[in-house]
Ligand binder design. Structure first.
Ligand code: 5GP
Length: 343
């Protein structure tokens, strides 16, 4: 575990509101109560966490985010949420973080203010040396019109802060909405220079997996129902293998949401052995009580991947980041670690 903490790591799939730790949420809850907003902060933190023996499945999990959403409602609390979450990733040995979030209009924030607030927190973190970027999420539960509004904002802020607002992603309950409906908005984002990542194959829907891979996003998230052994078929598997699209793998998230029965039967092994580009990520470290070093540790222990290979997993992740201008610095940092530790 110490090795996994010390290893410089890249977090490429972390939802801001799902990443809030218990201590961050308690801190924000207290702040809201002290500022006379006790009603709005009246949430049950115990219900936020989803463990492996929980009865909640992936679909049920989408309700738990409402708990965090009741806290990140003002400029101050959203700033606290972003800053504290970035600090936690940093303390866990992350040297590069792409945090994603769906900009929400709240009683106290417009969509623009939501984005600006996250960006300003990231700018502060960057000033102390942490490289962090913002991927703007489209929730697939939203309408095409809402997705268009989000993408227009993403383009505006990418133009204003090209180093920070680097991508757009599609997430939300995969049982709701159709990928095709979001293609025009995603296309528009891509034409404006934003990179794209898609939650793909979280449930069995081979047609959608095919459409998503054919869209050629820069990365996909999860990729569970793609290999024939995991509910995909030869077409989806061959498409993925030939596409060379990197896959963001979230081990604990997939086990805790029952998308995968246990770590041993997770599709990571198939992907790793087939040389599919993969990157270990946390998804929602607050909800699933995990950390990136814990994900590396689980990977090493479960699949028998030795330290030198875990370090190379982190090294290869440098090739899949959206902020291409920092690739060289990160690569050198991880190579230094590899050389220093004779891995
Ligand atoms: P936020 O975008 O509010 O910062 O983070 C929480 C949101 O991320 C959730 O409401 C949901 O839309 C999305 N999300 C978090 N975890 C997952 C996941 O495992 N799968 C999918 N499809 N979406 C997720």
């Amino acid at each position: 575990q110490t090795f996994c903490q010390e290893l410089p790591k890249l977090e490429l799939h972390a939802h801001l509101n799902g990443s809030l730790s218990r201590s961050t949420m308690t801190f924000i809850k207290r702040f809201l109560a002290l500022t006379g907003m006790a009603d709005e902060s009246d949430v049950f933190l115990d219900e936020f966490q989803v463990g492996p023996s929980d009865t909640k499945n992936l679909s049920d999990c989408f309700q738990v985010f409402d708990i965090a959403h009741k806290l990140t409602i003002t400029k101050e609390t959203l700033t606290m949420a972003t800053a504290l979450t970035l600090r936690e990733f940093e303390r866990d040995g992350c040297c590069y973080i792409e945090l994603r979030s769906t900009p929400r209009q709240t009683a106290h924030l417009t969509i623009s203010e939501y984005i600006e607030t996250v960006v300003q927190s990231m700018k502060s973190a960057r000033e102390r040396g942490l490289i962090c970027c913002f991927i703007i999420s489209i929730n697939r539960n939203s309408s095409k019109e809402d997705a268009d509004v989000i993408v227009d904002h993403a383009i505006e802020y990418h133009t204003k802060y090209p180093d920070i607002v680097v991508g757009v992603e599609l997430s939300g309950n995969p049982a709701v909405g159709m990928f095709q409906d979001f293609v025009p908005a995603l296309d528009k984002a891509r034409k404006a220079g934003l990179k794209i990542t898609l939650h793909c194959g979280e449930i069995c829907n081979t047609q959608e997996v095919i459409e998503m891979i054919n869209f050629k996003p820069e990365r996909i998230g999860h990729g569970i129902y793609i290999h024939p052994k995991f509910g995909g078929n030869d077409t989806t598997w061959d498409l993925l293998r030939n596409s060379r699209i990197p896959v963001e793998i979230c081990l604990t998230s997939n086990v805790n949401t029952k998308s995968t029965p246990d770590f041993n039967s997770h599709h990571f092994k198939e992907f790793y052995n087939a040389n599919i580009p993969v990157v270990l990520c946390t998804d929602d470290k607050g909800v699933f009580s995990t950390s990136l070093s814990q994900e590396y540790h689980i990977c090493g222990e479960t699949y028998g991947i030795e330290q030198s290979k875990l370090a190379r997993l982190s090294l290869k992740a440098c090739n899949y980041i959206f902020a291409e201008d920092v690739r060289k610095i990160l690569t050198e940092k991880i190579l230094n670690f590899i050389n220093k530790n004779e891995l």
